[in-house]
Each structure stands twice: as C-alpha cells, then as structure tokens.
Design a protein around this ligand. Structure first.
Ligand code: GLO
Ligand code: MG
Length: 346
C-alpha cells in the first residue's frame, strides 16, 4: 500500500459558495462572482477546482462548440493564473427541461441524445481545461414510479452512454458519484458497490471508477469509511466528496465531521491507510453553508472542513495502534471503543 502523501491537496467547487436558497425560500446571501471565489479558494489553502460544465460555460446549451471551448480555455487560464488546478468536469444533466424524465435513461429518445451529446461535450471541455477526470453524478437516472421504466433497459442505456464517453477520448476517466435518492425517489446507481459492478459492464472498466460522498453513504444507511475503503481496495477511488449528514433526510452537505466526528476520523483513517492522494487524487469537499450564514462567513464551512480534515490526520497519526492491536487480540472491543473515544476527546 502506498504511503499517504506528505501534504494533502484539496479541491472545491464554485457551487460550494452558494446563496442559501432552499425549496421553501429564496437566497439569503448575494452571489459572489467567479474571480472572487478563485481568490478565496487560493487564500484558504485549496489547490484545485471542481467544475460542472456550465460552471465553466454559463448558458452552455445556447453556445456553439467553438465558443464553448474558447470560454473553457479562458477559464482554465484564470484558474491557473490564480495558482490553482482543474480537478474535474461534471456534465450537469439535471437542470435542462429536456431531462425532466432523466438523461441517459429517459423514456424520450431526444432527451437521451441530449444527455450523451452534453456528456461528450463535457469531455471536450475537460480536455481544454487540462484534466482527464469526468465526474458523473446521475442525478435523474432513477424513478419516481417503479413501473415507468425497466431497470434492465436503463442499465443498458447507461452502459451505452458511458461506452460512448469512453470511445470519445482515449484518456478520459469517468468517476461515477453514487447517491441513493434525491432528486429521484430511487436511483439506479445508489452505492459505490453498484458503481463498481457497473464499471465491469462497460467496454473499458479500467477507465470507470468512483467518487464517494459522505452524505450519500449516510443517506444509503451505510458507513462512509467502509464505502471509501470498498473503492480504495481495487484502486477505484478517484475523488471524494467529504461532508456530513444528519441521518435520513434531505441532502445536507454539512461541514466535514460536524455531525459525526468519529465517522469522520474513520474516513480519514482509511484514506491514510490506503495512501489516498499519492497518485494525485484530491480531497474534495462538497459542503454548503447553512442558510442562516451571512455573506462574511459564506466560505467558513469549507475552511472549517479542511481544518477538521487536517486535525483528524494528526489524530489518525497519533492513534495508539499498538494498544488497539492488543485490545483486538484480546477481543476487548469494549476497550477498543473507549480507546477511540478517549483519543478523540484528546
Ligand atoms: C449532489 C451531489 C453534487 C455533485 C456535483 C458534481 O448531491 O453531491 O453536489 O457532487 O454536482 O457532479
Ligand atoms: Mg457530491
């Protein structure tokens, strides 16, 4: 197993500085422009930016492919000028009126074509921005009404879509981000287990991996550390979206460690043990400010998540593994449990 990197590198998306809107009320903070966000990212110790295709090129569907790529190159320059890198590009397939019934798995063939075309264009954008990593969060690929679609047919359509993406560029790597629900009732690829099994249905499984997000694991009733390690073991964890989630409710994207510090410790521990980051992977933070947050504090959730991660790295490195091993050998899991708690209490 590789050693953990001497220094972790962090990524964040422009959407992680948001305006506080929820389904019940409007914005609570004014929007900040992209240049301001880049400045904050750099100043607060971030190394790379995660992008949706339309974070790179707003109004993307109304622009020619030449204009899209020109704008992408300009954004790359701005990112590099700010001293940052581009981690990944994700096609935002869930906003368009065309994808109300899903993208790749819509019952409408023109929606399916749109999803594939837009995903291929996202690969061109990634290429222009100097990254090979595409993140695919399949937000609307699932059902509200089970009888409306066949799972088998939907899997075939998803495989076909991903195969076309793989064929589009010889170096592209597709990291699928599983989530069990929201916005759909029941998603087709709800866990990292589904994602890695799915990878083997495609023409080039070596170029299909995963992104694990803490909150999505909690929503699936699973342990985020186990989900991370399931992908780490075969070398398939190509990014992470660390955050937190208070049980089974709407997706919260809380600061990392803010709900369950012990689970956060366990997540950092598996990343450390597997040398995550030593192949250039970033620690992505997919976190949102609380609606109550003021503009002045509008990036603290990200700064705090990064700080908590680094403090937990110290905690993991200072953990008394020898004491843990001897308690394990005695089958004294009660003692082991308290060892972890005392360690976290400091
Ligand atoms: C939502 C997802 C979302 C994705 C992002 C990248 O639940 O976590 O934030 O990570 O759109 O595709
Ligand atoms: Mg995410």
């Amino acid at each position: 197993m590789p050693d953990p990197p001497a220094k972790y590198r962090f990524s964040i998306g422009p959407w992680n500085i948001s305006e506080g809107r929820d389904p019940y009320g409007p914005d609570t903070r004014p929007a900040k422009d992209f240049a301001w966000k880049l400045g904050r990212f750099k100043a607060e110790g971030f190394d790379a930016v995660m992008f949706h295709d339309d974070d790179v090129v707003p109004e993307i569907d109304s622009k020619s492919s030449g204009d899209v790529l020109r704008e992408a190159r300009a954004v790359r320059e701005a990112v590099e000028d700010a001293g940052l890198a581009v981690e990944m590009v994700a096609p935002r397939l869930w906003f368009s009126p065309k994808t109300v019934d899903g993208g790749f798995t819509s019952n409408d063939p023109s929606a399916r074509r749109y999803a594939v075309d837009r995903s291929l264009q996202a690969i061109d954008i990634a290429d222009a921005m100097g990254t090979e990593l595409i993140v695919l969060w399949l937000a609307r690929e699932g059902t509200y009404v089970r009888e409306s679609k066949s799972y088998e047919r939907s899997l075939e359509l998803l495989v076909d879509g991903v195969d076309r993406m793989l064929a589009h560029h010889p170096n592209v790597r597709i990291a699928i981000e599983p989530k069990p629900n929201e916005p759909v009732d029941v998603a087709y690829l709800p866990t990292i287990g589904h994602v890695l099994a799915f990878a083997h249905l495609t023409t080039d499984p070596a170029r299909v991996g995963g992104v694990v997000e803490t909150a999505h694991c909690v929503l699936a009733g699973l342990d985020p550390a186990d989900e991370l390690e399931f992908a780490l073991t075969p070398g398939k964890l190509w990014s992470v979206h660390l955050n937190d989630q208070n049980g089974l409710k709407f997706d919260q994207d809380k600061p990392f460690g803010s709900v369950n510090l012990r689970t956060a410790f366990d997540q950092v521990r598996v990343l450390e043990r597997h040398g995550y980051g030593s192949e250039g992977e970033y620690v992505g933070l997919d976190v949102h400010a609380f609606r109550t947050t003021t503009l002045e504090r509008g990036f603290d959730h990200a700064v705090n998540s990064r700080r908590t991660f680094l403090r937990l790295v110290d905690k993991v490195r200072a953990f008394d593994e020898e004491a843990a091993q001897s308690l394990i050998a005695e089958r004294d899991y009660q003692g082991l449990d308290q060892l972890v708690i005392e360690h976290l209490l400091g």
